[in-house]
Write a protein that binds this ligand. Structure first.
Ligand code: GLA
Length: 735
């Protein structure tokens, strides 16, 4: 049973979860909170054995302290990465605190522990939060920092949590890196004596690294076996995760807001709530860790908004709903994602009412449920040099506004969706001409453009309010069921000259806090509208944004073979249902690769299926095949989007890539396989399934053949093989 056990005599806490637990306790006469244990389930009677005994760690270390501290204020003999650095008005730059109290509360299916610490001299208080959930092994950690003194305190670093690994092993760090069109590539390194920093300094989550990691002892865990510790941050701005091994060989990973160029002046009376850094332990290898992340996100993250307990309220106060409410999601489950069509690759900026209507007709014909008009619809937007900021329909392309197209799309039985990039402005726009001071900039410095655009200073309350009102107006005036929210460039010259000398460095975090508040306000005012997060492809994918959007755009790279690797990385942490994947034209616009239509579908069907090709150029046979595959996807969609994902073969290391999705009740399994051209004669391949009932019989819906669960798992399923870039979709139903 999930819960928090507080042993008053030992002054310790034990977080008891489904199959793991987490323990810590007070030390140094309640002046420190020491980490004790994180790993497989431990009986209460054994917890004291894990106690961090003073002297055991630090005695022989002449260079500094070696305490496994739960949350570490910088000060004293401390040389590894701290979690909090603060400067007081009199110049003191160290925090010294004492434990001052605790509370445990129930929030539905979650249990929350709050631990209060207070600085003896300065009125600075910190509350450490721990939230655990019935049926899960995820611990959500964050902190709130409060100034109860009379003078401001400058925070120079404020990370959300510090995770300690068990001692004495050779740890391997796995993480996701990438770039535009090459997101979420899985990579790894051993943790040696040098500090490893995963981070973004770009103002957004970024393509280069994603805020997630796994650590496994000895570097020997596999997809199906071994111990895995993993962490993921709920933050969509600049972030960092520091993984290091201390001189005594203890490995820890701490993370949260990036302190690069950042500072926050905490005014008297002010509370600063940090984002959640979630962690989990799994004894079942990387696959089990991923399934835990997926299931927990489906149950407790997607669409749930802010993760930290004391959230900034949705801002501005939400207006009453103007759109019909979305149909209630089935029993606590997020809704299934619709099959959507997106016009970007087909039309680029050459958008017109008539052209979009013709695409919409074909999209409806093949079974699309949501038709999304991408970039190019708004005033002056004929290329990427103008228009961003002027969010009204282009009078030349849409002389009658968007309503006629929306009505046409709805008459075809689809929802209407629209692309926006609200945090941006082109210098060639009415908005910039009216408000050149609304962008991040430094006096006497070039305003560096990227894709001909500048970043709006969303930290400014007036700019944030303008963004909210503009989007609220757009959604109120038009029946828009889906918004693709893009963010196509990182920050540069992150200045706010009007605030010079008044802590302008807070823009790094204020931008994202206001972005979240705007999204929360829009979601409250327009509950019938779904959102997709995009940032030049998959540049803004993290647990923070996933609380506010239904799906994310995985990558601008729609080459299905490249996507196999991107999707394998993506699903390490994020669930299939949020992974938007389109079927586009062949040859692919980016890689020039030609792939069969069925292959392109089978790859996109592994996530939230969309169509992004120029349907006007697809012949009747292709449209018919597309309609058949869309219909199949709708049948398997509940299993793909809500089932458990087993990555049963990896295209990085095996001749094929294969994913199995298993329905929650075990009644159905869907296997998707993709293979590259045969090499050196190796053609036939067998994939072994997972998670089935070994004694049950399963019918292959395609061939009618019956297989025993044990045979499917131990012997495997023969793939047809052959052909360049072949693929297969196998559906198995338990008899
Ligand atoms: C970004 C997105 C694309 C598309 C374009 C439009 O690159 O990732 O999907 O929306 O912007 O300009």
């Amino acid at each position: 049973m999930t819960g928090v056990w507080h042993d008053e005599r030992e002054q310790s806490w034990l977080l008891e979860m489904r199959s793991s637990c987490y323990a810590f306790g007070l030390a140094d006469d309640a002046a420190a909170v020491r980490h004790w244990y994180w790993g497989p389930e431990l009986p209460r009677a054994a917890v004291a054995a894990a106690r961090a005994v003073p002297g055991r760690w630090e005695e022989h270390l002449s260079l500094g302290r070696e305490f496994p501290d739960e949350y570490v204020p910088w000060g004293g003999l401390r040389y590894d990465e701290p979690t909090l650095r603060a400067e007081f008005a009199d110049g003191t730059r160290a925090v010294q605190w004492r434990y001052s109290g605790q509370r445990v509360s129930r929030e539905g299916e979650a249990c929350v522990l709050e631990l209060d610490l207070a600085d003896a001299a300065y009125g600075l208080q910190v509350t450490l939060y721990y939230r655990i959930y019935d049926g899960f092994d995820v611990v959500e950690r964050w902190a709130a920092i409060r100034n109860r003194g009379a003078r401001p305190v400058v925070l120079r670093e404020a990370l959300s949590a510090n995770w300690w690994m068990p001692p004495g092993r050779r740890w391997r760090l796995r993480y996701l890196h990438g770039g535009w069109a090459a997101e979420t590539q899985l990579t790894e390194t051993l943790v040696g004596p040098a500090t490893l920093v995963l981070e973004s300094r770009r103002g957004t989550t970024g393509h280069h690294l994603n805020p997630w990691f796994t650590l496994d002892p000895d570097g020997t865990s596999t997809e199906t076996s071994g111990e895995v510790w993993s962490g993921a941050l709920a933050w969509s701005g600049s972030w960092k995760i520091v993984c290091e091994s201390t001189p005594a060989g203890r490995v820890h990973a701490c993370g949260g807001w990036n302190d690069f160029d950042w500072a926050h002046e905490l005014a008297p009376g002010e509370d600063l709530v940090l984002p959640v850094f979630a962690g989990l332990y799994s004894g079942g290898g990387f696959g089990a860790a991923s399934r835990e992340w997926h299931a927990w996100q489906r149950a407790h993250v997607l669409g749930r908004g802010e993760r930290s307990a004391v959230a900034r309220p949705a801002w501005p106060a939400p207006a009453p709903p103007t759109s019909p409410a979305a149909p209630a999601a089935a029993a606590g489950q997020p809704e299934l994602q619709p099959v959507l069509y997106n016009s970007w690759e087909a039309t680029g900026f050459a958008v017109s009412e008539d052209g979009q209507a013709r695409l919409a007709e074909l999209a409806a014909q093949i079974g699309v449920e949501c038709f999304v008009v991408d970039d190019g619809w708004f005033a002056g937007r004929n290329n990427d040099r103008a228009g961003l900021g002027d969010w009204t329909p282009d009078p030349v392309k849409f002389p009658r506004g968007l309503t006629p197209l929306i009505e046409r799309v709805q008459a075809l039985g689809m929802r209407f969706g629209l692309w926006v990039e609200p945090e941006m402005v082109n210098p060639d726009s009415d908005l910039y001409r009216a408000h050149p001071d609304w962008v991040y900039h430094f006096a006497n410095r070039t305003r560096t453009q990227r894709r001909n655009q500048l970043v709006l200073n969303l930290a400014r309350p007036d700019v944030a309010e303008w963004v909210f009102r503009t989007l609220d107006g757009l959604l109120s005036a038009n029946d828009i069921g889906f918004v693709k929210w893009d963010m196509n460039r990182p920050f540069s010259e992150p200045g706010w000259p009007e605030q010079a000398g008044r802590n302008p460095e807070r823009i790094w975090t204020e931008h994202v806090r206001n972005l979240y508040a705007i999204l929360d306000g829009l979601r409250a005012a327009h509950p019938g509208t779904d959102f997709e997060s995009c940032s030049g492809g998959g540049g803004r994918v993290d647990l923070g944004i996933l609380g506010r959007v239904q799906q994310v755009w995985t990558s601008d790279n729609t080459d299905a073979w490249d996507r196999v690797a991107i999707q394998e990385g993506f699903t390490q942490v994020y669930p299939a249902q949020v992974m938007a994947a389109w079927v586009t034209d062949s040859p692919n616009f980016l890689t020039g690769r030609r792939l069969p239509l069925s292959f392109r579908f089978h790859v996109a069907m592994a996530g939230a299926l969309g169509i992004g090709g120029d349907l006007l150029r697809w012949d009747a046979a292709e449209l018919a095949e597309a309609a058949r595959l869309v219909a199949t996807y709708k049948e398997i969609r509940p299993v793909i989007q809500r089932g458990s994902l087993y990555r049963i073969a990896s295209a990085r290391t095996d001749p094929v890539g294969a994913s199995e999705y298993l329905a929650a009740d075990g009644s159905e399994a869907v296997v998707l396989c993709w293979w590259s051209p045969a090499q050196l004669g190796s053609r036939l391949f067998r994939v072994r399934l997972a998670g089935l009932d070994r004694d049950a019989r399963y019918t292959d819906a395609g061939t009618g053949a019956e297989h025993l669960g044990a045979a499917l798992m131990n012997v495997g399923l023969d793939l047809p093989g052959g052909g360049d870039f072949g693929s297969a979709l196998v559906r198995l139903r338990r008899c």
